[in-house]
Design a protein around this ligand. Structure first.
Ligand SMILES: Cc1cc2nc3c(=O)[nH]c(=O)nc-3n(C[C@H](O)[C@H](O)[C@H](O)COP(=O)(O)OP(=O)(O)OC[C@H]3O[C@@H](n4cnc5c(N)ncnc54)[C@H](O)[C@@H]3O)c2cc1C
Length: 408
């Protein structure tokens, strides 16, 4: 058991490497392990998603020196328009328009394509002398004790560390091996994701339209391009995904409308089945969960990664402060500080996205009336609208230092 590192991060997706960079900046030695080879994640078509990175998350990415390299590929989100939609009829006249000019911080955040974010992460991790990246390296067992923790890889190799962080996604093996159970709900919906080119400018406006089968998000990318997250019932999504490109666009047209002129597919089409997956506990002896390993939520508000990044910033702060005070930063009460800090925000967002999906994903005329009333009321009430805007920008609540643009 030669290998030794302060912190082993299981999962080198998105949250894992960003946490690694933050912890390395606080002087911890970090090993990141991922089951997939780095070359697979480096493929530009590895993942079709684009992320709405809120202002708070941008502050974190700036602090770990990633943002400057990403800014040229980022599309600012100037406005957000939320509407109840009807296929063929377009958006209802009752909608909410969140206008960034009402917020002194400027645009809500920016859209970043997965391929750009992942490439930046791979390069930054490779350049950092305090981080060792091990991939492919699948973790199959973990043991924790008073003296430390040991991870076993699929090839039998063992890695010793002081703390294990599970960043291994919504099916987290780290959580399972620690005996942490999950609360899971299948939404019976699938999100179809792709990028589209269009003729008319999008002006940096993100649209969220709610249909009975599920929401459609139209998210601005650099140039005359948008990323869509088109949610349908699972059966219908599978049927649409099996169509040829022309049929796919024809199925999308009644929902998308023609406000951006003619649309064309650019790149591959992806499908993501949706569910809610919440870990019952976030910590166990020498184990802590971050990102989707702790909470996988509905993507309708584009907040899953932002929520994970708030975990990253909070855990880095708790561990760095504890280390500075000379404490044993692996102790239960230290890890609990992180869990307690993050629970309220997570429960709130999981409930809100779950509730919105239930309220909007149906054609009940009574609920439709209520929704339209609600949207109209929020649009008319400036203070309520501004509260929503600060939340969407990731600036609400008890934010960790890195999210407020302050050093760790
Ligand atoms: C359609 C869709 C659109 C979305 N849009 C947005 C958005 O606009 N904004 C936003 O904030 N969020 C968005 N999200 C949410 C966001 O994509 C997720 O929250 C985020 O990708 C989670 O990252 P993660 O690093 O926690 O987990 P993952 O990306 O799932 O990474 C987990 C990693 O762990 C590795 N792993 C698993 N098991 C092992 C093991 N045993 N050993 C070693 N490695 C292992 C895997 O290989 C993987 O690389 C969206 C989600 C969906 C489905």
């Amino acid at each position: 058991m030669e290998n030794h590192t302060d912190i082993a991060i299981v999962g080198g997706g998105l949250n894992g490497p960003i946490l690694g960079l933050a912890l390395a900046s606080a002087g911890f030695s970090v090993t990141i392990l991922d089951a997939l080879p780095v070359e697979a994640q480096a493929q530009p078509d590895f993942d079709g998603r684009s992320y709405a990175i809120a202002l708070g998350s941008q502050n974190l990415l700036r602090a770990v020196e990633l943002w400057d390299g990403l800014a040229a590929d980022a599309q600012p989100i100037n406005d957000i328009v939320v509407a109840d939609g009807r296929a063929g009829l377009g958006a209802s006249p009752h909608h909410v328009h969140f206008d960034h000019r009402e917020m002194e911080e400027g645009p809500f955040g920016a859209m970043i394509e997965d391929r750009h974010l992942r490439a930046a992460l791979i390069a930054a991790v490779a350049d950092n002398p305090r981080i060792t990246m091990r991939a492919p390296a699948r973790v199959v067992a973990q043991e924790t004790g008073a003296q430390g923790a040991v991870l076993t890889l699929q090839d039998g190799e063992e890695l010793r560390c002081k703390l294990i962080v599970g960043c291994d996604g919504r099916r987290s093996g780290t959580a399972q091996r620690a005996g942490i159970r999950r609360m899971e709900t299948d939404y019976g919906q699938t999100s179809l994701v792709c990028a589209l080119e269009h003729d008319l400018p999008h002006d940096g406006i993100a649209h969220q339209m709610f249909f009975a089968e599920g929401p459609l998000a139209i998210l601005p990318l650099r140039g005359n391009r948008v990323s869509i997250v088109w949610t349908e019932s699972r059966d219908r999504a599978e049927a649409i995904q099996a169509m040829g490109d022309a049929e796919y666009l024809a199925a999308l047209a009644p929902r998308f409308g023609d406000f951006l002129g003619e649309i064309r597919l650019t790149g591959a089409r992806y499908a993501y089945p949706l569910g809610l997956s919440l870990a019952e506990h976030w910590t166990a002896r020498r184990v802590v969960l971050v990102g989707d390993a702790a909470h996988g939520i509905h993507p309708l508000a584009g907040q899953g990664l932002n929520l994970g990044l708030r975990d990253v910033a909070a855990l880095a702060e708790v561990l760095a402060d504890s280390k500075r005070r000379g404490e044993d930063w692996t102790r239960g009460p230290v890890l609990q500080r992180y869990a307690q800090w993050r629970r309220f925000d997570t429960a709130g967002l999981a409930l809100a996205t779950d509730g919105l999906n239930r309220l909007f994903s149906n054609d009940n005329p009574l609920l439709r009336g209520l929704r339209d009333l609600g949207l109209g009321a929020v649009n008319a009430a400036g203070p309520v609208r501004r509260t929503f805007m600060r939340e969407a920008a990731g600036l609400g609540g008890d934010l960790p230092r890195l999210m407020r643009g302050r050093p760790l």
